[in-house]
Design a protein around this ligand. Structure first.
Ligand code: EPS
Length: 388
């Protein structure tokens, strides 16, 4: 299974194509819209999210509520396009027509300057329109399809916020999946820890007032993946490696951890590795889950716990120095609108990006032309693992 996205932030629409999904899997627009709506929420979002109401239009690959086995094509329209038609239209323009909203001042921390150098654009709008995190809506649509597949296989996934601006939410290793989903959904910053959540909101309000932006840490938690998915035999088949790549590819993400992650560097081996146990009902399990559900590039059958670090959004009201590419003069980069913190939304993006990689790994490992046969094969494998 693979996916492609296309579309510019203030262009007509975002398009997503997911290819390689089995036939006969129940899938509705609601499955995807629920995810899109979650991505739009969160304390700290800017004015753009008041303009957009992200709704998907499935335009291929689904009939009467079931997948056909053909590529799934999805469209999310940009409501803001109506304000940008003359700037973002696809038709050629007269050579003497003045283009509006030309960008010649690269924002520090953005793709603007490097992208302009690479693609030879003097108007950096051609870069920022695509490098914008607006694209994550299209990725969430692909991930929502994957998440639906996982849910039908009894694999559940949720993303929430662990940290914003140095305020760290408590860890709840015993918390059930249902509670994680409900509590994070009810929190404006997707925090499982109410007290820390309030402090995070205060920090976001302060950053907004100061014209600054703040980052944080998202965590994605998955239950129900069978042991032995992924592989140790070759570098590009290690599933934790693939997840790390996918997470690091999210806009503004700078680091990835599994389980106790970087903390492992400061502990002895006996404090890091998880002891193996067995009982009749569960089969093999680990007494702890410090490695976050992976050993040797494969799932252990324990919950998968992945963290991703998001830097503060680089589009700042508070100006940072840069250089105009036409005049070569220094100037202070400032902007008209931005999010002061998008970490809660990024947790939803990360959840969907991870869901896609997990679903993809399952489809590589099990026969997957038809969904009922995939489910049958995975159920049989689970029983095999239990009795191994
Ligand atoms: C973004 C800048 C803002 C954000 C946008 C990402 O958009 P605008 O330039 O239109 O104000 O709102 O995020 C989204 C549109 C979205 O859907 O998440 C950026 O520069 O990355």
């Amino acid at each position: 299974m693979r996916y492609l996205t296309a579309g510019e932030s203030h262009g007509k629409q975002l398009t997503t194509i997911v290819e390689g999904l089995p036939s006969l899997m129940p899938l509705t627009q609601e499955n995807i819209n629920e995810s899109l709506l979650r991505r739009q929420k969160g304390h700290g979002r800017g004015k753009r999210m008041q303009i957009e109401k992200d709704l998907v239009d499935i335009v291929g690959g689904v009939r009467h509520g079931y997948t056909l086995g053909s590529p799934i094509a999805m469209v999310i329209r940009n409501d803001d396009f109506k304000h940008w038609e003359d700037v973002m239209g696809e038709d050629p323009i007269d050579p003497d027509q003045k283009v509006r909203r030309v960008v010649t001042r690269p924002r520090p921390g953005h793709a603007d300057l490097n992208g302009a150098i690479k693609y030879g654009h003097r108007d950096m709008r051609n870069i920022l329109e695509r490098s914008s995190a607006r694209e994550t809506a299209a990725r969430v649509a692909a991930g929502a399809v994957a998440k639906t597949l996982l849910a039908h296989l009894g694999i559940n996934i949720v993303g929430y916020v662990r940290e914003i601006a140095g305020i760290v939410a408590k860890e709840y290793p015993e918390m059930s999946m249902a509670e994680r989903v409900k509590i994070s959904e009810d929190s404006p910053v997707r925090s499982l820890d109410k007290e820390a959540g309030q402090q995070m909101m205060d920090a976001i309000d302060k950053a907004k007032k100061d014209g600054d932006s703040i980052g944080g840490v998202c965590e994605v938690y998955i239950e129900g993946m069978p042991a032995g998915v992924g592989s140790y035999v070759h570098y590009d088949r290690k599933l934790d490696g693939r997840l790390a790549g996918a997470v690091a590819s999210i806009n503004a993400f700078k680091g990835v951890e599994f389980g106790i992650g970087f903390e492992a560097a400061r502990k002895n081996g006996s404090e890091v590795h998880d002891e193996i146990a067995w009982d009749k009902e569960r089969g093999y399990y680990r007494k702890t889950n410090r490695l976050g559900g992976f050993e040797g590039g494969m799932t252990t059958g324990m919950p998968i716990v992945v963290k991703g670090v998001m830097k503060p959004i680089p589009t700042l009201y508070k100006p940072l120095q840069s250089v105009d590419i036409e005049t070569k003069e220094p100037f202070n980069a400032s902007i008209e609108r931005s999010d002061s913190c998008a970490v809660p939304a990024a947790a939803v993006v990360m959840e969907h990006v991870v869901a896609f990689e997990l679903a993809k790994a399952l489809l590589e490992q099990f026969p997957h032309d038809q969904f009922p046969k995939l489910k049958e094969a995975i159920d049989a494998y689970r029983e095999e693992v239990r009795c191994f």
